[in-house]
Design a protein around this ligand. Structure first.
Ligand code: HEC
Ligand code: HEC
Length: 457
């Protein structure tokens, strides 16, 4: 009996110790790590099942946020088309909550913030907590290898660039569009460009259309494609050296809720630019090329990159060749500009000329977007957060943007949606955005003329 009592007491003590041990674990605050999970303890099927469980709900929440903020119905210009022939979207598309464009500018930033009515808050990613690269249907329909099982693209196609953007080369302006109306991939790049490029540029282009492993597109259990993937190519997003509206989360910021959604920028005109990335401000196109595959492809997580099979380019040849090709991608030709990069008065319309005058005068756009390429090759903090509260919206913190690169405006009608995260769907929205952010108080005809000017840039 005594023996049994002793045993029972021992057992109880052990139980208490175990329970306390467990509880002390549960009390440990959860660490928010900078790193992603490298050593997965669950397999592909489980990871996929977990993602699929939340897919429909998150998509519903995201679409309801988009519908609250924007008019997503199709409105395009009948007569103004992008270089590849697609009609440009027309706005403003942002919805105003109980005010009008003429009324809202009468309020101070503080009043707009208090009322919570700023129409251009930071745009969250389709599933912000999840992130990754996300491709529009116009590319996944051609390249089904870019379909993610866990996430659908969010923006309507009419506010995206040409599906097959033209390619203009600084080296051969006489040829016009050299893409021959085709989407350049590994299947056709050689026959289209052999004889047109020097061997280094041709090899650079080959690398730009070759798939390399990426965070969601790779062979590990942690991928977001049904089948193991060889990865993505640079031109999967920078379609024909331009952009197809694919988007991503910026790699530089933590924690996740503070990361910016980023729209793929065009690579046209990188030769005249001196800073690369909306925030990173890398100093050369070579640096960006190297960094894009080494780090940005893996959310800025070098440990994850090593696991998923990062392809490290050789700097002296491969990086240099890729950069050499990118540096001959020209802005689309514009017939209305003189050699100083201003409008040719004999060719421009009255509205375009008046728009240019506002751009250089009352609008003060020129103080950052200087001719001939309409960039100052610098960065600016527009302090848009003066107009909205620091609060969560659809998994994203509505925080400051900070300093952002002045993107060049040449050929700008070809690359909606605008601003680093795509929060402005049309040029009309951009003008309303700056009208608010700069507190310009532009009259309606002034805004219309400014849009007319942006359309011919
Ligand atoms: C999501 C699809 C995607 C893929 C694939 C991709 N990029 Fe990008 N690229 C982006 C985005 C988004 C940015 C903007 C980055 C930022 O704001 O920090 C960018 C920026 C750039 C820039 C700087 C442009 C500028 O105006 O500042 C260069 C150069 C570039 N990418 C080259 C490449 C190369 C080379 C590859 C292949 C190794 C590649 N990209 C693959 C989306 C992509
Ligand atoms: C203080 C500097 C500054 C002024 C003034 C300014 N901009 Fe900008 N502009 C920027 C910066 C910086 C960006 C990038 C902002 C971002 O992505 O968050 C930008 C982005 C843009 C874009 C979108 C580019 C793209 O590729 O998405 C357009 C269009 C534009 N500006 C037009 C204008 C017009 C029109 C005006 C005058 C009404 C103007 N800007 C005034 C600095 C400025």
């Amino acid at each position: 009996m005594n023996q049994l009592k002793k045993k029972l007491i021992c057992f109880c003590i052990l139980l208490i110790v175990i329970i306390n041990f467990d509880a002390s674990f549960a009390q440990q605050p959860k660490i928010v790590s900078s790193y992603g999970p490298i050593n997965q303890d669950v397999g592909f099927d489980q990871i996929k099942a977990d993602r699929m469980k939340v897919k429909a709900d998150r998509a519903k929440e995201h679409m309801s946020m988009l519908n609250n903020r924007y008019d997503l119905s199709k409105k395009t210009s009948p007569d103004i088309v992008m270089s590849g022939g697609k009609p440009i979207p027309v706005g403003p598309t942002a919805k105003l909550q109980g005010t009008s464009w003429l009324e809202i500018v009468k309020l101070t930033p503080e009043q707009i913030k208090t009322k919570g009515i700023f129409p251009y808050k930071p745009l969250p990613f389709a599933d912000h907590a999840e992130g990754g690269m996300l491709f529009p249907p116009m590319i996944t329909s051609v390249l089904p290898r870019l379909v993610r099982f866990d996430l659908d693209f969010d923006l309507p196609e009419h506010i995206l660039p040409d599906a097959i953007p033209p390619i203009y080369l600084t080296t051969r302006p006489d040829l016009g569009d050299v893409s021959k109306g085709q989407l350049i991939t590994i299947d056709n790049y050689y026959e289209i460009f052999n004889g047109l490029l020097n061997p280094k540029q041709l090899e650079g282009l080959r690398l730009l259309v070759t798939q390399f492993p990426q965070q969601q597109f790779n062979a590990t259990e942690d991928r977001r494609t049904d089948r193991p993937s060889l990865g993505v190519s640079c031109f999967d997003c920078h379609a024909n050296g331009h952009t197809n509206g694919a988007n991503h989360l910026v790699g530089d910021i933590r924690p996740q809720v503070f990361r910016h959604r980023i729209e793929t920028p065009s690579l046209r005109g990188v030769n005249i630019q001196r800073l690369f990335g909306s925030q990173r401000a890398l100093k050369t196109i070579e640096d960006f090329t190297e960094f894009e595959q080494r780090a940005a492809y893996f959310d800025g997580d070098h440990a994850m990159a090593a696991k998923k099979g990062v392809n490290v380019f050789e700097r002296g040849s491969q990086v240099h060749f890729m950069a050499e090709f990118m540096a001959i991608l020209a802005f689309p030709p514009s017939s209305k500009f003189d050699i100083y990069g201003g409008l040719d008065k004999t060719k421009a319309s009255k509205a375009e000329l008046q728009g240019e005058a506002i751009f250089n005068g009352k609008g003060r756009c020129v103080s950052c977007h200087t001719a001939p390429y309409y960039t100052d090759n610098s960065m600016h903090d527009l302090k848009a957060e003066r107009f909205y509260k620091l609060e969560m919206d659809n998994g994203m913190m509505m925080a400051h943007d900070g300093m952002i690169k002045t993107f060049p405006l040449r050929g700008i009608k070809d690359s909606p949606p605008y601003i680093h995260d795509g929060r402005c769907f049309t040029l009309e929205d951009v003008v309303e955005y700056f009208n608010l952010v700069q507190e310009l108080h532009l009259a309606t005809p002034e805004k219309q003329n400014l849009v007319a000017f942006l359309r011919v840039l």
